[in-house]
Design a protein around this ligand. Sequence first.
Ligand code: ZN
Length: 281
Amino acid sequence: MMRVIVLFLPLLLLCAGTATLADAFRVTTEPQTVYPGDPFLIRITELSSAHHPVASFAGRKFMFVTCGDDCAIAVCAADLALKPGKYRIMVTAGKRKRRATITVRRHEPAVARITLPPDKVTLSPDDMQRVEREENLLKAIWIEHAEKMWDGSFLLPLQNEVSTQFGVKRVINNKTVSFHRGIDIRGKEGEGVRASNSGRVVLAEELYFGGNTLVISHGMGIFTVYMHLDSFGTNKGKDVSKGEIIAFVGSTGRSTGPHLHFGVKVQDASVNPVTFMELKL
Ligand SMILES: [Zn+2]
């Protein structure tokens, strides 16, 4: 009798697996290959509306918004620091789980070598404390979740030439200092900066590096960031609409001339704004 149970056990497990597959939802990623810093969509189809799916990828969790009766999408991003390779995405809806994979390609960043007097690079203890305080302030913002507030695809806040691309490695006095976590867009002092999409202003204040900095939360962990502004056209806590003038170009903070530093954050990962604008949302 014992032998019969042992023989049948693998068969039972196999049947259970097949049953789960039969009523499963489908998961795809768009695109299937990205560079570090690129956004991508996870799309679920054939989903029962009773389930609230969640995706896990590279240590981050992503929520879904519906895109039809049995469809949901999550806006995700490959962090700039991700090593090239194949990554697993786990999607859970109720008790059901599905896997998908995304390939992160190797990308050699462009390098910008800058020489500055040492006293411009080394911060005073007071400034160091200030920078640390401001970094913590921003970290607390990136993890806030709100309902979806964006309305269709995102747009560039200033329709001028990009002077510094996303991901450029900055080497100051032969030491790697940082990666450029946004794009710099040329602009004239006082030129109007538009909200990339609808959302709520969650920060409008002067920061050490960013100067006058404005952050809009668009919900679901998506934020847009506007730095070195001359002045603000709105306040913290205000709801703004896509395309509305929210601030004016300036050269505040660590900046060498009037321009807009524009950044996009998805679940605290810095995303290439140029590829983010191309997402069909
Ligand atoms: Zn910049």
